[in-house]
Design a protein. Sequence first.
Length: 74
Amino acid sequence: MIENDCRKFAKNVTKYRELKGYNKSRLCELVDCDLSYIGKIERGEKFPNLKMILKLAEALEIPAKDLFDFDDNN
């Protein structure tokens, strides 16, 4: 269950980044992190801390809770 939710979180980061029209490099600039880190988040290899989650949400201009909306990602 937890692993499945982690994958869904990763998919949400990718989904909202793409909806915003950002490539990974642009998102990295906005949240001040390495390109490889964003890639690892989107592949579900790394799990961001709360501060990074809030930075991602702010950069994507969405409420942080939207990154945890797993209903649409079955």
